[in-house]
Design a protein around this ligand. Structure first.
Ligand SMILES: *Cc1c(COP(=O)(O)O)cnc(C)c1O
Length: 470
């Protein structure tokens, strides 16, 4: 049957796939909807949406993929879902869970003392770290025009945080090996630099910056160093234990003063938690807020969040203690082995592609210089076969971040087979515009950045609207 929908309608159906067969709620219903009916709809949406990730064809995002584990976490969550972590007199369990999450993470990342906070995610951890450094620099050194020096590959949430906090971002280029150029970082530091940043590993390529050398630089200049281990943090210690070559990146590097690692990635907790660790308590106290003059009472809060659900803290704690070192090691072993297969498969049998660096838990690849293929065309063909990669830019590349669901048997082999076909497709269609990387091309237009931001703003508006009538 021919698809008679207009382009706009097709786009709306992609964004709001349920609008044609489920009620679109525009006002609170007069009479409450029956719980069973809600549960039926919820279950049907979840089933459809989970099928995508469970297939093992999605890069990143899911991390565990073990539904028995998720079910257990949801059971734990249920006990404290309604509890407010702020009310410690009522919920001393929250004090126990949070303190122990921090202690376990500090032990794993060799923080000399268990000093940290549990946040709502990686971005939250990064923004709080920036805030603490800014406050410290302002009060101790009188810095009024703060800047942060980071490699251009450092996570974009730092850029967002700096934007919100009035901190200038000084981007250092990366080396030919795609890691931070420490000499270039040194050149960007001045008296107003509040801290340096390095990644372990970076979101785009999964590579670990030379944290040792950045640490020495930070100490020489008397400033702090934040290591963004949001992605790799909960995987790298196990890789090291399994004998992989993992460059130093944690608190064993003397110059490291803060470190973030996401429990909701390779920590296998539910979405909505991360840890931010500090080497010393005085810097952590910079993110505290206390007010004594408010009619609402004395107010004390460790960070931006007010009320938080006890369910997330309890289930994160439960994820860590039930996984155990053994569980983490076993999952890491499978993830690292799957990535090894993908990485070596590309290196050995796809001369048209170049693997970027030697990442442990993801494989990021671009066109080999002499092959001159459009990797977004490769992505088009992979999409056709059900693969969901992450598209990168500057330079154009794709990455496959390996997680639990990708370790199912046959996934790496199927991926390599389909990637071979996808590369052939890109070679055959050289010069034609790619469908994926929809943003691709805009950057080269006059005022490209501005146009792009406008389009991106429109996408956010659409995502935060209600489904139009079908
Ligand atoms: C995912 C990620 C973040 C941000 O994490 P969110 O939890 O999505 O806010 C920060 N840094 C790196 C390297 C990441 O991969």
């Amino acid at each position: 049957m021919a698809d008679e929908r207009s382009d706009l309608e097709r786009m709306l159906d992609d964004l709001f796939p349920y609008r044609r067969f489920m009620q679109t709620q525009r006002v609170i219903p007069d009479e409450g909807v029956d719980r069973d009916a809600v549960l039926t709809d919820i279950a049907s949406m979840a089933k459809t949406e989970d099928a995508v990730g469970d297939s093992g064809r999605v890069s990143g995002s899911l991390y565990s993929g073990d539904h028995a584990h998720y079910h257990f976490l949801a059971q734990v969550f249920e006990h404290f879902a309604h509890a407010n972590v702020l009310q410690r007199d009522m919920y001393p369990s929250a004090t126990k869970f949070e303190g122990e999450i921090i202690a376990m993470a500090a032990d794993l990342f060799r923080d000399p003392q268990p000093i940290g906070v549990v946040t709502s995610g990686g971005s939250d951890s990064l923004v709080h770290a920036l805030y603490s450094y800014r406050e410290e620099a302002r009060e101790v050194r009188g810095v009024r025009m703060p800047n942060v020096v980071l490699p251009v590959t450092a996570h974009v949430a730092l850029r967002k945080g700096a934007h919100w906090l009035g901190i200038e971002v000084r981007d250092a280029p990366i080396t030919a090996d795609f890691v931070a150029d420490v000499d270039a970082m040194a050149d960007l530091i001045d008296d107003d630099t509040i801290c340096l940043v390095g990644s372990a590993g970076d979101y785009a390529h999964g590579l670990i910056d030379p944290i040792d050398r950045i640490g020495v630089l930070a100490q020489e200049r008397g400033i702090g160093l934040h290591v963004d281990g949001c992605l790799g943090g909960f995987l790298l210690p196990w890789a090291e234990e399994l004998g992989y070559d993992v460059p130093s990146w944690d608190f064993r590097v003397p110059g490291v003063t803060t470190l973030s690692a996401d429990t909701h990635k390779y920590g296998y907790a539910l979405k909505g938690t991360s840890v931010l660790l500090y080497r010393d308590a005085a810097l952590r106290a910079r993110q505290y807020f206390a007010s004594t003059e408010w009619p609402g009472g004395l107010y004390l809060s460790p960070g931006l969040a007010g009320s938080r659900s006890g369910g997330l803290i309890a289930s994160t704690w439960a994820a860590m203690v039930t996984m155990g070192r053994e569980g983490y090691l076993e999952r890491a072993r499978a993830i690292l082995a799957t990535n090894d297969s993908i990485k070596s498969g590309i290196r050995e049998s796809m001369p048209e592609l170049r693997v970027i660096g030697d990442p442990l838990f993801m494989t990021s690849f671009m066109s080999a210089p002499e092959a001159d293929i459009d990797v977004y065309l490769v992505n088009d063909a992979l999409k056709e076969r059900g693969w969901r990669m992450n598209s990168l830019q500057l330079p154009p590349a794709l990455h496959f971040c390996v997680t639990g669901p990708n370790t199912q048997s046959g996934v790496a082999e199927d991926f390599l087979t389909d990637l071979r076909t996808a590369v052939d497709y890109a070679v055959a269609h050289r010069g034609q515009p790619a469908k994926s990387g929809a943003m691709y091309g805009f950057g080269a237009m006059p005022d490209g950045d501005q146009t792009l931001r406008m389009v991106m703003g429109g996408v956010l508006d659409a995502m935060h609207s209600t489904a139009p009538e079908a």
